[in-house]
Design a protein around this ligand. Structure first.
Ligand code: FAD
Ligand code: UDP
Length: 389
């Protein structure tokens, strides 16, 4: 085996697929990719359901980036559909329900408050921060002006606190501030969820993009294979199928699993996805609707908005329920729970990995970070820059 392959890549998600491509194409390496699931693409995998709707099996994925290198790189493997994601918070109102754009912006403000009050608040906010500014909810709640603080409390109550409790089991002030900062209050009329320069969806879906990334004569992909059943770490070296393997090993799985969780499991949140197909053209008003005040699920995504698929009379939606990850069979660790204690536990595994110079940890799981796809692609390109120097 060590003569057949120069590099071993574990996991065929964004991290593994980009790294494998780079090592093979730019580095001239023979690469073996082992993937535990029966498909490539990691959490960005998409497929057609029984109703013929293109769905995202592991949660809605919208590509967005300001990184031109990443955008140009992925554009080699897919054309794009221009899609600017929009999200609303769906909340109970005096009569029926109200939908407010998220991130909470000037349009949300005008929908939530009577005109005179909204105008006065808008004036104050713009004077305090300036137009087109993004302010985190935690920052806004600290503002000196009581009327701005009261607005912040409204947004906290109607957009953040219950959604965050559902998603994390904790209040916004008790989780990593970078998490709620992803969805700031936006002093703008721009109702898009992301403002990145490049955004969209792979025109034919993510899976064909990943298949093209991995389609190279020097890349061998084996799916349905748990690499940890084939690979062993021993005395500073790597054994593959029982024989010493001298090449680079890029590991994109969970850092604790690599070492048998010997220091304890890294905490994660997992998700249960409930898919429903309905005999209608459209189910809801936007690609994603967040239930920020009631319901047990956090959000509903209707895929046809994202993919642009034309399929009259049929649609598929997905509800997301978040809970603690236990490590049970079939459960997927989706969200690292970033805090001091967990980072310290992660650091112990990272240190353990450092004893194997040929081993590199890459990706959302292996690095125990809350990375978007573009950040992972960038990390993979940078790691390969370093390895191929
Ligand atoms: P993964 O996609 O998790 O891939 C890792 C792969 O390694 C998996 O396929 C896994 O099966 C495999 N693996 C693990 N252990 C082993 C093993 N022992 N042997 C073999 N294979 C193994 N990002 C965005 O940019 N936009 C979005 O809209 C967006 N939405 C998201 C929504 C949800 C619900 C979630 C959870 C994430 C979202 N993300 C989004 C983040 C995105 O999923 C990640 O950035 C990206 O998938 C990370 O790629 P990765 O390769 O690091 O990890
Ligand atoms: N959030 C919230 N209400 C919303 C949207 C987001 O409270 O309507 C908070 C919540 O804590 C969430 C975080 O902001 O986990 C980040 O949201 P994002 O949509 O970026 O999460 P992801 O798509 O990664 O699950």
């Amino acid at each position: 085996m060590e003569q057949q392959f120069d590099c071993l890549v574990i996991g065929a998600g964004m991290a593994g697929a980009v790294a494998a491509r780079e090592l093979a194409e730019r580095g001239g390496k023979k690469v073996l990719v082992l993937e535990r699931r029966d498909h490539v693409g990691g959490n960005a995998y998409d497929c057609f359901d029984k109703a013929g709707v293109l769905i995202h099996k592991y949660g809605p994925h919208i590509f967005h980036t300001n990184n031109k290198r990443v955008f140009d790189y992925l554009s080699r493997f897919t054309p794009w559909r221009n899609y600017q994601h929009q999200v609303v918070a769906n909340i109970p109102a005096e009569e029926g329900r109200l939908e407010l754009p998220v991130p909470f912006n000037l349009i949300s403000l005008r929908a939530a408050f009577p005109p005179e009050q909204a105008a006065a608040l808008e004036e104050k906010l713009l004077a305090a921060y300036g137009p087109e500014r993004k302010v985190t909810i935690l920052e806004l709640r600290e503002h000196a002006d009581p009327s701005i603080r009261a607005l912040a409390d409204y947004v906290y109550e109607h957009v953040f606190v219950r959604y965050t409790m559902k998603q994390w089991g904790q209040k916004p002030e008790d989780i990593d501030p970078a998490t709620t900062a992803r969805v700031p209050v936006f002093l703008s009329e721009d109702c898009r969820y992301f403002q990145d320069e490049y955004q969209g969806m792979p025109l034919e879906g993510y899976t064909p993009m990943f298949q093209r990334l991995l389609d190279h004569p020097d890349i061998t992909v084996e799916t349905g294979v748990d690499a940890l059943s084939r690979m062993e770490l021993a005395a500073g070296g790597v054994l593959l199928d029982g024989a010493p393997f001298a090449g680079t090993v890029i590991y994109t799985g969970a850092a604790d699993e690599l070492f048998g969780c010997k220091y304890g499991r890294l905490p994660y949140r997992t998700l249960d996805f409930v898919f429903e197909s309905h005999p209608v053209d459209w189910w809801q008003s936007h690609g994603t609707v967040n239930y920020t005040v009631d319901e047990d699920y956090t959000r509903i995504t209707e895929f046809k908005y994202l993919t642009g698929q034309e399929l009259p009379g049929k649609t598929t939606i997905m509800k997301e329920y978040s809970r603690s990850y236990t490590g049970a069979d079939g459960e997927i660790p989706y969200y690292a729970i970033i805090n001091e204690a967990n980072n310290a536990l992660y650091a112990r595994y990272r240190e353990e990995a450092a004893a194997y110079p040929q081993l590199r940890l890459l990706g959302r799981l292996a690095e125990y970070k809350y990375y978007n796809m573009d950040a992972i692609a960038a990390r993979a390109l940078e790691l390969c820059d370093e390895l191929l120097k």
